[in-house]
Structure formats: C-alpha cells, structure tokens
Design a protein around this ligand. Structure first.
Ligand code: NDP
Length: 408
C-alpha cells in the first residue's frame, strides 16, 4: 500500500494497521550515520521496549557506524565504501554482529526482514536499497527525496505492486500526510508547502554569488546534512519537495503552491473546497515527523521542544522570490515536463551541489549547471527503472562537463 496512488483527487491514504504498541517492531536504518539517521536512532534508543534493530548502514563513516552498532546491537551492518570494511570489521569483531561492505551490502541490509525501514541515504545512492525494502512489502519511512524525484511514478508502482507502505518523513510531506489522515481526501483544493527561505532569504544576488559553503549550510532553523542544507539555500529543496508532493499525493503542479514562512512553525497546509485550511504545526525538529512514522498509525512520545506560540509571538509569510531563487521555476518546469525531466534536474543538482561544497564552482553556478544540463539532455518518456539509472548517469556526465566549463 502506498500514499496517494489509487483513487480520489488526493489519492487514498494507506489503511491503518492493527495497534502496534504491544508488539516489538524490527527496524532498519539506511543512512544511520546521517542527520535523519541520528534523529531516528535517538527515538529508537528512548524506547528499547518497542524496537529491535535489524540492520544499520553508512557510506564511509566506519567509526560512527561501529559506535552505533555497539549501542543498538543490530544483527547486520553494511558500509557502502568497501575500503572502510576492514576498519568496521576490526571494531566489531567478537560482537556477533554480521558485517559487510559495498553497495550490494547496503541493498542486503534493506532486504533483511525488518517491519519498518528508514530510507535516509542522501541522493540517488538510496534508490536500489529503498526499492529492495519496497519489493519485500515493508513499511518504508521515506526521507531520500532524490530517489522519489528521479523515479517517482515507477517507485510508487513498485510499492503498490508489492503491498509496501510509504510514510513520508520530510516535515512538509509528513504534515500533509497527518492532515489527510483524518480528512476526506476528495475535497482537497490545494496543497501549500511552506519554506523557511533558507540562510539567504534576505541576501542580494551579488552576496549570494559570493556565498561560501559554510554560509550556505548554516540553516537558520533546521540542523541537517550538507547536501540538503545547500538545497535549502538555493531553494532547490523546495523544488524537489514540490515534485515529491505531486507524486506522493497525486496532485498536479497547479494545485501545489509554495509559501515562505521563516519561522518554520507551520510545516505545510491543505486547503479544502469549503474554504477550510488545515495545517500541522511544531518546532523544527525532525524527531516529530520521524516519531509519527515510527508509531504510525498511533503516536509515540518525542522529546522535541514544545511549541509555545506566545513566546514566538508572530508568524510571518511571504511569496518566494523567483528572481533570486530560480531553482523553484526549474523544478516546477521539470515536474510539468514529466518523463525524464525530474531525473535530469536531480542528477545535475547533486553534481552541482557537490562541486559547490568542494569549492569548484560558486553558489549561483549551481543553477547554471542545472539549466545547461537540462538543455543538453532534453526530456524523454521514462518507462523503466533501468532507464532512470541510465539518464541519471548521463546527466551526471553532462553536469560534470558543465562544472569543468565553469572552472576554465
Ligand atoms: P546526511 O548527509 O546527514 O546523511 C546521509 C547518510 O547517507 C549518511 O548515513 C551517509 O553515510 C549515507 N550515504 C551517503 N552516500 C551514500 C552512498 N553512496 N551509499 C550509502 N550510503 C550513503 O543527510 P541527511 O540525513 O540530512 O539527509 C538524508 C536524506 O533525507 C536526504 O535525501 C535528505 O534530502 C532527506 N531529508 C533530510 C532532512 C534533514 O533534516 N536532515 C529533512 C528531510 C529530508 P556516511 O555518514 O558514512 O557518509
């Protein structure tokens, strides 16, 4: 079962499952060493009576993965970079925890029999493991937005075919999901995705062109990994979320709008045909939406700071500025073009953000790299997951070339 793929304008919600509080749940965390991984394991660690950890994965941070394995005692750990396997193996020898390395080991982790899987690997590297979890019909708490942007309709079809349940983790989509859980979905008129505006909300274009990676990752409200922090600074994050929302909730582009809300208190809203607007509010702490997916369809306690609107005093809103944040228009155009366009957008963005973080291009070059890659690649129908992988690889090669051009 999957969010928003069958009937009704907003699609159906997954059916509520039986109560889970009395059952122990077996969970796997893909991307355990990242920011979402840390928030997830923080919650799991607070409820040892409710969760057993099946598998944990990382890319290169063998030390951190070993620490987590010693603390959470999973049956299996996988490190994607095989060069880090000997270190991981040495740290975990004698513990009885099975250890493996390489991209296939991460897929194996996802394939192991956990009831609930957190998909929090950054970028398209998360696609194969997430598909493995979906193909065995797991409940997948879904953070890896890049995979859904690139392979959305195909991924949702895999989930549906295998009876998997996708629960959105991204705070905006989780907010919409929470609102839709208790409401009739056929009266939805519009989805409003809120955006903090990122660290450069009030910066001039000239200052943005000179921005350093340290300035770009210094998000005013959220503590997140480097890639999504840069995406927030360009507002490509909101562009990716627009595409994610269109796929998850089965809505056309013109029924999803973006509203800048610098306090990040309202995490998103749903407007209904009778004029009602429903929202989910909270302090900016990912443990709240993650807790919702961990306990769904019930609720569990999370230690997030409680919302005190009298202290906050004022909530403000403004329209996004398309001149300083062209990523929004690029993403909307990719959604409307359909086919391979979102996959090209995502691949070019991943390459450009990595180049910016490596100080190989400037901040505003990120947009130039994406649009020149889009122009070179064009748009074609997307019919298979193999085709997604092929388009992703070719777009990365074109974007790499565009990065090199900017350095000459
Ligand atoms: P981080 O960079 O903090 O963590 C990324 C995780 O992915 C790490 O565990 C990393 O391992 C692992 N990883 C990276 N590359 C690979 C690879 N090639 N193969 C296997 N594992 C890999 O990212 P975040 O936690 O911030 O974000 C994760 C995902 O969640 C992203 O898609 C992001 O857009 C999304 N998201 C994040 C939010 C947040 O608040 N952070 C909010 C909403 C969505 P290692 O540590 O070893 O490098």
């Amino acid at each position: 079962m999957v969010v928003g793929t069958t009937t009704g304008p907003a699609g159906p919600m997954p059916e509520r499952r039986p109560r889970i509080t009395s059952d122990r749940r077996r969970v796997t965390v893909l991307g355990a060493t990242g920011s979402i991984g840390a928030s997830t394991l923080d919650l799991i660690g607070r409820h040892p009576d409710r969760f057993d950890v099946e598998a944990l994965t990382a890319h290169r941070q063998a030390d951190r993965l070993a620490e987590l394995a010693l603390a959470f005692k999973p049956r299996f750990v996988a490190i994607a970079d095989p060069d880090r396997l000997p270190e991981l193996r040495a740290r975990l020898s004698g513990t009885g925890i099975a250890v493996a390395g390489g991209a296939a080991a991460v897929v194996e982790a996802a394939d192991r029999p956990a009831d609930w899987v957190m998909a929090a690997i950054v970028g398209m590297a998360g696609l194969a493991p997430t598909l493995a979890a979906l193909r065995r019909g797991a409940t997948v708490a879904f953070a890896s937005k890049e995979c859904l942007v690139s392979a959305g309709p195909l991924m949702l079809t895999v989930a549906e075919q295998h009876g998997a349940t996708l629960l959105p983790v991204d705070s905006e989509h989780n907010a919409i999901f929470q609102v839709l859980q208790d409401q009739a979905v056929d009266g939805v008129e519009r989805i409003v995705l809120t955006a903090s505006g990122g660290p450069f909300r009030t910066w001039s274009l000239e200052d943005m062109a000179r921005a350093s990676p340290a300035e770009a990752v210094a998000h005013p409200n959220w503590s997140m990994g480097a890639k999504i922090s840069v995406d927030s600074a360009t507002m490509m994050n909101k562009g990716l979320e627009l595409i994610e929302a269109a796929y998850l909730f089965d809505q056309p582009s013109d029924r999803i709008s973006i509203l800048v809300h610098p306090q990040s208190v309202i995490h998103s809203m749903v407007a209904y045909c009778d004029g009602s607007v429903l929202a989910q509010l909270g302090t900016p702490d990912m443990r709240t939406p993650i807790a919702y997916t961990l306990a769904w369809p019930e609720r569990m306690p999370a230690p997030s700071e409680r919302l005190d609107l009298s202290t906050i005093g004022r909530l403000t809103f403004e329209a996004p500025d398309p001149g300083r944040f062209p990523a929004l228009s690029l993403a909307r155009a990719a959604l409307e073009a359909g086919g391979s366009a979102p996959a090209v957008l995502n691949a070019a963005n991943e390459v450009a953000v990595a180049a910016f973080l490596g100080r190989r291009i400037g901040f505003m070059d990120i947009i130039d790299v994406i649009s020149s890659t889009q122009q070179s690649m064009g748009t074609q129908p997307l019919e298979s997951l193999d085709q997604v992988t092929d388009i992703d690889a070719r777009s990365r090669a074109v974007a790499d070339e565009a990065v090199s051009d900017r350095r000459r």
